[in-house]
Design a protein around this ligand. Structure first.
Ligand code: GCU
Length: 402
């Protein structure tokens, strides 16, 4: 997890060797082979440091939390119970941000698997029901209408299938602006973070840290199966969901949806959003070192297949739109294939068959391994068709089923 990561003796970008090929997951930075699960643990720590140092930035440790929970029965026509938790960081000043987490569970549920989704439009946009609080940040940075993202999150469908759904509004932690004045960042001095100057956390690392704090809460919640918490996010939030899933091993399953560059898509040979383009448009998403790899991607000592490999042996479904060209599903699939040796090393059945399914294909134990790409004929969106596949995938992998 992020707090275990210590910065190693890492080279400045100009001194890194240029390597057009993808770094081998099973070879350390010093060229030593990694051939046992025990050796993978060390490689894992090395990779996490490399991603923190060169790409996303070092995040603080797991800040202690305290939560006030409001419970509302009979939500969504009596089918659901809503728990709204205000997650406070007890050691931070009183004016520090809080995470407002909404958790929906099927009515009468005792212990269910939960999808934790990072939302961009406010919790009130997930369902059309007055029971959901419109938070202060939801009002300022979210959608005008309740239920605006109803067909995107498909909460009713998730609950019908026996899962819970939890969500927090990314603006609670950082409103995705490039000045870092209106979120969690000002509450940590650069000197408190483990890395050298320039390696401090960007927005994606902060959102991922927020997801980890939600996991802290959810694991103590009696209606949640603590080892069956899945994270999902779309696009920039898919990048954050992947980062959280990679670094926090308590997360049981990861769905980076159309996550693109900085997510599942490789940085090398990416003919869509390049490293230079993403840092040019969104300089605050990463640390201040990553831009140096613009047009110098072969110097990256990592690439995104290694972030996927950090999820191993836990299940990962990379959901992509066949017509979502900017997110580059092709380079995401290459990343999945390049991560597979780590799943094999850890004894998980990673890729089964081609490792790639499309709408119309059935997801069964015979067609799907722990690592899979699933494509639908869409552009950049999330909808019921994706959710049906995602829920199938979760049911195949979560031990107890639902
Ligand atoms: C932009 C950006 C992508 C990102 C997307 C989104 O298109 O270039 O990297 O995934 O926004 O978050 O919707």
């Amino acid at each position: 997890m992020s707090f275990d990561t210590e910065p190693g003796p890492l080279q400045p970008v100009s001194r890194l060797p240029s390597n057009p090929d993808l770094p081998d997951p099973l070879e350390t930075l010093d060229g030593e082979p990694v051939s046992t699960p025990a050796e993978w643990r060390d490689r894992r720590s090395e990779l996490e440091s490399l991603f923190r140092h060169y790409v996303y930035g070092y995040a603080p440790g797991p800040e202690p939390i305290e939560a006030d929970v409001d419970r509302t029965e009979s939500v969504l026509g009596g089918t659901a119970t809503l728990l709204e938790a205000t997650i406070r960081f007890v050691d931070l000043p009183d004016d520090a941000p809080t995470i407002e987490l909404a958790l929906f569970v099927p009515a009468g549920a005792t212990e269910v698997p939960v999808f934790l989704g990072l939302n961009r439009a406010g919790n009130h946009a997930a369902i059309d029901d007055d029971a959901v609080t419109i938070t202060d940040r939801g009002r300022r940075f979210g959608a005008d209408e309740r239920g605006a993202q109803r067909e995107y999150w498909c909460v009713e469908r998730i609950l019908e299938r026996g899962h819970g759904f939890a969500t927090y509004h990314c603006a609670d932690i950082d409103p995705d602006r490039d000045d870092f004045t209106d979120g969690i960042h000002p509450y940590y001095d650069a000197e408190e973070l483990p890395g050298p100057p320039g390696t401090e956390w960007g927005t994606l690392a902060a959102w991922a840290w927020g997801l980890e704090r939600c996991v802290d809460f959810l694991r103590g919640e009696s209606t949640v199966r603590s080892d069956e918490i899945a994270v999902i996010g779309h696009s920039r939030r898919g990048k954050a969901a992947l980062l959280a899933g990679a670094t926090d091993e308590r997360i049981g399953l990861v769905v980076p949806h159309q996550s693109g560059t900085g997510g599942c898509a490789l940085s090398r040979d990416n003919g869509q959003e390049t490293v230079a383009a993403i840092n040019g448009m969104f300089p605050h998403w990463f640390n201040d070192v990553f831009p140096a790899f613009g047009n110098r991607e072969p110097r990256l000592p990592i690439d995104q297949h290694l972030l996927i490999a950090l999820v191993a042996p836990r299940p990962l479904l990379d959901t992509e739109g066949a017509r979502d060209y900017w997110a580059n599903p092709g380079r995401a699939f290459d990343a999945i294939q390049a991560a597979a040796p780590v799943y094999d090393l850890l004894g998980a059945e990673g890729i089964v068959g081609s490792g790639r399914l499309s709408d119309g294909d059935e997801l069964t134990a015979e067609t799907v391994g722990t690592l899979c790409q699933y494509r639908r004929e869409t552009t950049h969106t999330l909808n019921r068709g994706y959710w049906d596949a995602i829920l199938e995938f979760a049911d195949l992998h979560f031990d107890q089923g639902v």
